[in-house]
Write a new protein. Structure first.
Ligand code: GDP
Length: 447
């Protein structure tokens, strides 16, 4: 009998809060140990910047394995792909001398079509009147409508369909039948997205440029595993934005926690032996939605300035808050996090006291349970524990012992509350500004 036996050496890196936790740096730190970096969720609304030859690139779809020789960068079936964006990223990297020959995309990944982007804008417009500030607010990249199309089925276009003209035409025609009246009403300027002939021409052009990269990623990933190779799953967005387990409806449209790995890649969760949850040492959030520990005072402003918490493309200030341990514990549970990378700890120096939220009060009762429904979270009052702050800049610390005792106590409190060891501490944006924490006797006993 042929028994299937994979090792469990694969790893996942997932954001534990509302995004921008510094996943890019941790993936970059670890990538050299892996044979393939795999994206399994989201679309071009995610990503991080990498520096190549002194030039900064925003990678939205290309997995960061592209910078490692011999490493596959696989966009698996759970991702929605905007081919124009993908080709632009590949062209930019290639022009800088990066070998993109191992950037591969699943034939079953769904395509973000021009009418999905138009639909994003149209929905915002249509819902603004009825929902006002409760509107979810999208990045306008067509990701929600593309995922909706995937679930609607008959009118969806997958990457593999770009190589089959008759099938492509059938799909596009079906999509337009339904979208035309809606877009003519709500996005009258979007005529470019409704012309069947030009859509087909554009889509076949994408297919032609991508055809050598289109693979059955499920087979490829299983072949890797069978040959004892290790995969690194790169989560996009973050757990509290997960469509099922996040602060619904203020979430993204994909499974942005580690739970998305299996459906988004065809690889069973059991092979992922290590799940690193990335958590900022404080809380940030972009756009609308509940945030129990939000700071709207000078302390919040100070953290924002120190952490340069402004959107990379929009420059929009991010919302800031104290670290929410109730949410972090929830996130650790949902993902099955085996260790935490606590990032941006350097931002917290210079405060007399540091607060962490250790319970929620709701209706006079205290709880450490996290109900992610936005309406429930809106009703909670955070209960804080105060910890002593530290004045020293810690950007030069390279070992746990280099940190001031107050910073060590902060780390200790986080891991003892969450029940997961902190194995990596970020003290600055550079790769070297990282502390690898040795754990000898289990959680809560470092130092
Ligand atoms: P992602 O969306 O989770 O991938 O987050 P990014 O990789 O875009 O990181 C957010 C920002 O934080 C980037 O500008 C990083 O350079 C920066 N960053 C990451 N880790 C640290 C850290 O430990 N300290 C500081 N000060 N900045 C960091």
């Amino acid at each position: 009998m042929n028994t299937l036996s994979y090792n469990q050496d694969s790893l996942a890196v997932v954001g534990m809060q509302w995004g921008d936790e510094g996943k890019g740096k941790v993936v970059d730190l670890l990538a050299s140990e892996f044979d393939a970096i795999v994206r399994y969720n989201g679309g071009a609304n995610a990503g991080h910047s990498v520096v190549v030859n002194g030039k900064r690139f925003a990678l939205h779809l290309v997995p960061s394995g592209v910078l490692r020789e011999g490493c596959d960068s696989i966009i698996a079936n759970g991702v929605v792909v905007d081919p124009e964006q993908l080709l632009r990223e590949i062209d930019g990297l290639t022009a800088e001398g990066v070998d993109c020959s191992r950037v591969l995309v699943s034939s079953r990944a769904h395509v973000v079509m021009p009418y999905h982007k138009a639909e994003d804008a149209a929905r915002e417009r249509a819902l603004a009147d009825s929902l006002g500030s409760k509107a979810v607010g999208t990045t306008g990249r067509g990701i929600g409508p593309a995922y909706a199309e995937k679930v609607q089925r008959a009118s969806a276009v997958r990457i593999g369909d770009l190589l089959i003209p008759d099938l492509l035409r059938e799909r596009v025609r079906a999509a337009l039948a339904f979208k035309r009246p809606m877009l003519e009403r709500w996005a009258p300027d979007a005529t470019y997205a409704l012309d069947e002939e030009s859509l087909i021409e554009i889509a076949l052009g994408w297919g032609d440029k991508l055809k050598n990269r289109v693979i059955d990623s499920t087979i490829q990933l299983h072949d890797h595993l069978e040959q004892g190779r290790k995969l690194l799953f790169e989560g996009a967005n973050a757990t509290l934005l997960d469509v099922d387990h996040g602060t619904y409806p203020f979430v993204t449209s994909s499974s942005a926690s580690a739970l998305g790995i299996a459906p988004g890649s065809g690889v069973p969760a059991s092979v992922v032996g290590r799940i690193i949850g990335i958590a900022k040492a404080y809380q940030t959030r972009v756009g609308a939605g509940p945030m129990p520990t939000e700071l709207t005072d000078a302390t919040g402003d100070q953290i924002r300035e120190r952490g340069r918490e402004f959107g990379t493309t929009t420059g929009r200030p991010r919302r800031i808050g104290w670290l929410d341990l109730v949410a972090l514990r929830y996130s650790a549970r949902i993902n099955g996090v085996t260790e935490i990378a606590l990032t941006l700890l350097d931002v917290l120096s210079g405060f007399d006291e540091l607060k962490v939220c250790t319970a929620y009060e709701i209706g006079g009762e205290r709880t450490i349970d996290f109900d992610p429904a936005a309406a429930s979270l809106d009703a909670v009052r955070p209960v804080y524990e105060s910890l002593p702050g530290f004045d020293e800049e810690i950007t030069g610390a390279r070992s746990f012992g280099d940190l001031p005792s107050e910073a060590r106590a902060y780390i200790d409190r986080v891991q003892s509350f969450v029940g997961v060891p902190i194995s990596i501490v970020g003290v600055g944006p550079d790769r070297e500004q990282t502390i690898l924490v040795e754990h000898e006797a289990g959680v809560g006993s470092i130092g």
